[in-house]
Design a protein around this ligand. Structure first.
Ligand SMILES: Nc1ncnc2c1ncn2[C@@H]1O[C@H](COP(=O)(O)OP(=O)(O)O)[C@@H](O)[C@H]1O
Ligand SMILES: [Mg+2]
Length: 405
């Protein structure tokens, strides 16, 4: 018996390890709320399985940047924590790590069709599997010999996961929430999640408890994921954060469509860190940047560094109304923006009635987009029309009684 590292395990880790070694199960479905330790615990399991005997293991995410900022980062943290990471064993071009016993863990994204249809593997992990299509799932599972892990937040009301995977006899369903990972989460993150209980019942169910979403009143319905980067006239939107991610989006408009590329989505950036990043990410300092008007000092500092930055128009409802006029195309690597916009929804009161304000959770890219599109658009995109938030033309027409004229 090989001695495996003594690890700091969470209940999610233990559940996956235990059921993996039960022969009746082939697929381990980790459905859970946000930050319940799914990805971290599965990655710990994969490393242990690689050490246990010679295996080929594939880790798949929806895009390349999602992989790099997500699982690969966790992989390195764990390997370093266990003192077994060897820089020379990691091929950074092909994203393959080779263990001394011959095991490998390879990382690739689902849009890499050569890999998707390439040679097989013993074990597969699909991170945030709900972002993949059913066809991609089939391609991957057809070529997997031993067992499969998947994880996701149940943000979708309908998904191939619920229909095709959960009913299988060899499927082991492991549901988790932030409480299962409480020992590893900072207090402010726990507070942020628990705030959802008051903020919105549906979000609390999905992101808090890890239960499947019920029909949601989405704010943006015309969203698509594209290979096209913003082009032509470029503007930028910034939502400041510290504990929350600071978000920088690059945006352009073409008729009634906007194109978005996420340049930054990072927690714990000070303003000088941010300015350093802007110097790299914004090549043309004349391009307009729109930022959260609640932070005038940060805006002033960025302005002092030579950027063409403006305080944004903050009226939320009017800004959303304005943005809703556009078809929103999001660059395929902009994974946080895709995830936020796909779940951004109107708040509901305790009786389930829609309230005229969005749920304040996972809304950083949504805000950055609105600041830029609404503030810039009102001023410069005259063909899109002015916004009169309280006037709806069809209502006026209906009310007007022309018989009186
Ligand atoms: N066993 C563990 N040891 C140390 N930290 C952990 C452990 N499990 C989870 N964490 C911490 O909790 C964070 C959230 O876990 P993660 O797996 O990313 O959640 P999820 O994928 O469920 O959203 C991780 O980034 C990591 O910092
Ligand atoms: Mg995760």
């Amino acid at each position: 018996m090989i001695e495996l590292p003594k690890i700091k395990a969470s209940p999610v880790y233990l559940a996956n390890w235990y059921y993996f070694h039960q022969p009746q199960y082939k697929i381990f479905v980790n459905q859970g709320g946000t930050r319940s330790g799914k990805t971290f615990s599965i990655t710990q399991n994969l490393i242990n399985l690689a050490l246990e005997k010679m295996r080929t293991i594939s880790v798949v995410s929806v895009t390349h940047s999602h992989l790099k900022r997500g699982v690969i980062r966790d992989f390195k943290v764990i390997m370093n924590d266990w003192n077994i990471f060897n820089e020379n064993s990691f091929n950074k071009t092909d994203l393959i790590y080779q263990f001394p016993n011959g095991s490998i863990i390879e990382f690739f994204s689902a849009d890499n069709s050569a890999k998707l249809r390439g040679s097989g593997r013993d074990i597969l992990f699909i991170n945030e599997a709900n972002l993949l299509s059913y066809d991609e799932w089939k391609q991957l599972t057809l070529r997997t010999r031993e067992k499969i892990f998947i994880d996701y937040n149940p943000v979708d009301e309908f998904s191939w996961i619920y229909e095709k995977v959960l009913p299988r006899e060899d499927c082991c369903f492991i549901q988790s929430c932030y409480l299962d990972n409480k020992q590893f989460l900072p207090a402010e993150q726990i507070e942020e999640i628990e705030r959802l209980r008051e903020e919105d019942e549906n979000y609390w169910q999905v992101f808090g408890l890890g239960n499947v979403a019920h029909s949601t009143d989405l704010i943006y319905n015309k969203i698509s994921v594209t290979n096209q980067l913003p082009f032509g006239e470029i503007i930028y939107g910034i939502d400041f954060g510290f504990n929350n991610p600071t978000t920088l989006l690059q945006i352009s408009r073409d008729g009634n469509e906007i194109f978005i590329n996420e340049l930054l989505y990072e927690r714990r950036l000070t303003n000088s860190d941010l300015i350093e990043q802007l110097e790299i990410l914004i090549p043309n300092k004349f391009d307009c940047i729109y930022a959260d008007s609640a932070e005038p000092q940060r805006i002033e500092e960025i302005h002092q560094s030579g950027f063409n930055i403006y305080s944004s128009d903050k009226s939320v409802k009017a800004g959303i109304d304005y943005c809703q006029r556009f078809k929103i195309n999001i660059y395929k690597e902009s994974i946080n923006t895709i995830k936020e916009l796909r779940t951004y929804k109107w708040k509901q009161d305790k009786n389930g009635n829609k309230v005229d304000e969005p749920v304040k959770f996972n809304d950083h890219a949504c805000d950055a987009m609105r600041y830029a599109v609404f503030t810039h658009g009102q001023k410069y995109w005259s063909d899109i029309g002015m916004v009169f938030p309280n006037i709806h033309l069809n209502k006026i027409n209906k009310k007007t009684n022309y018989d009186n004229y």
